[in-house]
Design a protein around this ligand. Structure first.
Ligand code: KG4
Ligand code: ZN
Length: 354
């Protein structure tokens, strides 16, 4: 089954061709980072304008690099949420126009499910059925949560951030440190050679126990990053000289606090469920410190570690085509791409589940 994937939920315009949900024949990504950098974050108006320009280019590139012709495609899969509505609509309209012209079905894919599918794009990764049940740490610019994956299309939300997403926290920290945008990679670079124990920043909800959130989640598997950001702000106010003298140490300490709290909650989830697989997906999964911590914890818990290949951590369309392919092969089918849903959830509210 050959699927053309299309992704435009935020600031990457991407297209890819994937065979049978696992084999990437091509993956083209046009990143808009340079256009948004002067503003320190994604500007929706700029993003949608750039998607319009890039869409035909990346789609043609994906087909050409895959060495196939348009008629070889079985279906088109496009992200229909969650994301910026003005960005989603560009990919969605383009995909629907293509589908109509080619006479191919156009399926809607959940961006978060696509990130999960990205972990199976490593040719060495097990089949989803062999990996499940798996604990999936999902960490991106817009989302941070822990889900238990019971099978393709079957997810149980165990925990989530109560405020900022991990990537957002890195973006805000980088801004405070004057390091630029996007925060994750610039903090990782600035932290090289720094002392991660220079400041013991708070880990957020570190001592929270035996409590459930309003939507029924165990607080011990949730995150909170807003205190960390404030702690950095106060540190810089009280020690302005550190910004120059200890930049690497501050970046390393901040990064350590983010990655530590992610790994700590992921370990609790592995212990609580007894899952034998631990996976990490989303843009922050690129981070080497996080990857190292997850490796250590997987060893400790005797779990298999499934890390998304670096090329498919940040937004791309191979993961979108993969998600649609995995669902189709599992016999679940994919919904038709009808409209954009900016707040499409991966899992229904936990309280709604039996
Ligand atoms: O998954 P993604 O591309 O977009 C969303 O769906 O949000 O994730 C983008 C996020 C950004 O916040 C960026 O700072 C973070 O991923 N990121 C990283 C690294 N590379 C990207 N965070 C930590 N370390 C990295 N190397
Ligand atoms: Zn994403």
């Amino acid at each position: 089954m050959l699927i053309l994937g299309i992704e435009s939920s935020c600031d990457e315009t991407a297209a890819a061709v994937v065979r049978d949900g696992r084999e990437v024949l091509s993956s083209a990504v046009n990143s808009q980072i340079a256009s948004h950098r002067p503003y320190g974050g994604v500007v929706p108006e700029i993003a949608s304008r750039e998607h319009v320009g890039s869409f035909p280019v990346v789609v043609a590139e994906a087909i050409e690099r895959a060495g196939i012709s348009w008629t070889d495609l079985d279906a088109i899969a496009v992200t229909h949420g969650p994301g910026l509505v003005s960005s989603l609509l560009i990919g969605l309209s383009g995909a629907r126009a293509l589908g109509q012209a080619l006479g191919k079905p156009v399926w809607g894919v959940n961006h978060l499910e696509a990130h999960v599918a990205g972990m199976f794009l490593d040719p060495a990764a097990p089949l989803p059925a062999d990996a499940c049940p798996a604990i999936v740490l999902m960490v991106s610019g817009g989302h941070s949560c822990i889900v238990e994956m019971l099978g393709v299309g079957d997810y149980r939300l165990l925990g989530q951030t109560l405020d900022d997403a991990a990537g957002e926290c890195l973006d805000k920290g980088a801004n405070l440190l004057g390091l630029g945008y996007p925060g994750g990679p610039v903090i990782e670079r600035a932290a090289q050679g720094g002392n991660a124990a220079f400041v013991k920043f708070p880990r957020g909800l570190e001592h929270a126990k035996n409590r459930t959130t309003d939507n029924g989640l165990d607080i011990a598997m949730c995150f909170s990053f807003s205190g960390l950001k404030t702690a950095l702000l106060y540190h810089l106010k009280n020690h302005p000289e550190d910004r120059e003298r200890h930049l690497a140490d501050l970046a390393a300490s901040y990064q350590e606090a983010v990655m530590d709290s992610l790994a700590m909650r992921a370990e609790r989830a592995v212990k609580a469920t007894g899952a034998r697989t631990l996976a990490c997906v989303g843009g922050v999964a690129k981070n080497a410190v996080l990857r190292g911590k997850l490796d250590a914890l997987a060893n400790r818990q005797r779990a298999r570690l499934l890390l998304t290949p670096l090329a498919y951590c940040t937004d791309n369309a191979a993961m979108v085509a993969a998600a649609a392919g995995l669902r189709a092969l599992a016999g679940l089918g994919n919904p038709p791409a009808v409209e954009a849903d900016p707040s499409l959830p991966l899992v229904e509210e936990i309280a709604d589940r039996p």
